[in-house]
Design a protein. Structure first.
Length: 277
């Protein structure tokens, strides 16, 4: 009975068209932190570089089926997801085959809905407990992969580096969200903005944070991810920062972010239930 009434997973597209903002790092470590507080999390690696897969210790030899097989060939997500070394955290890996998807799906039906259709199968499958969160790690560009991610998502989670051109890149992302909302996914919203690579010794970081908070208000998470050497080192060992060094400042920041995400989600569900009553 529990499986028949379980809530649909919250699908978050971790997106920013600007590269080097901590997008994959956020997907990996937020996913790990959510799993640590009891959530069942699936990370979907939608970047042909496969950095999220590498960062979670999935070697290329183990990527027998990938998100390419899901999006292009319709492989079931349940058969593609790989359990990681983190209890409660799975990943659908990626590899370089994904880079040719624009050409391969140029004439395909529902080319922008491939990931959404695959995730719907997971929602409808009552044979297993399912996931409570799906985090989609997007490539740093606006292409068919990013469009698929946003079309499948309930909301966009935006990692934003605390540096000079941050707001410029964010305005481009907001235009993309509006385009997807208008033509493909009317329910798409901004889940929140995560300030990353914050350097307390740098006055520019504080200024950018203040500007972003002034512009987006309570959409900006209170949790701020600092620049942290241990977080940067962790992917080379195939581990999330929380496994590599739980006590470091970056790991603690991601744990706080996970708790904030869960709290916001509970408030959103409560508000939705109240309005439906």
């Amino acid at each position: 009975m529990r499986n028949e009434t379980r809530a649909a997973p919250r699908v978050l597209s971790v997106s920013n068209q600007k590269g080097g903002v901590g997008k994959t790092t956020t997907a990996i470590n937020l996913g790990t932190a959510l799993a640590a507080v009891g959530e069942r999390v699936l990370i979907v690696d939608m970047d042909p570089q496969g950095n999220a897969s590498t960062g979670l210790g999935v070697p290329k030899t183990a990527r027998r089926t990938t998100i390419y097989d899901v999006v292009v060939d319709g492989a079931p997500i349940a058969e593609t997801a790989i359990e990681t070394s983190v209890p409660g955290l799975s990943i659908i890996p990626s590899d370089a085959d994904l880079s040719g998807i624009e050409i391969e799906l140029s004439q395909a039906d529902r080319r922008s809905f491939r990931l959404r259709d695959a995730l719907e199968q997971v929602r409808e499958d009552r044979s297993h407990p399912g996931f409570t969160y799906v985090l989609i790690d997007c490539p740093p560009s606006l292409n068919l992969l990013t469009v698929n991610a946003m079309t499948a998502a309930d909301a966009v989670l935006v990692p934003l580096q605390c540096e000079f051109f941050a707001l410029e890149g964010l305005s481009q992302l907001m235009r993309t969200v509006e385009l997807v909302r208008g033509s493909l996914n009317p329910r798409l919203e901004i889940q929140g903005v995560v300030l990353t690579m914050y350097d307390r010794r740098n006055s520019l970081s504080a200024q950018v944070a203040a500007d972003v908070r002034a512009h987006f208000g309570d959409k900006v998470y209170d949790s701020v991810i600092p620049r942290n050497v241990r977080v940067s080192e962790a992917p080379s060992f195939g581990k999330p920062a929380l496994i590599y060094d739980l006590k470091c400042a970056g790991s603690q920041a991601y744990l706080k972010l996970a708790k904030e995400v869960v709290t916001r989600e509970r408030k959103r569900r409560a508000a939705a239930a109240q309005s439906a009553a």
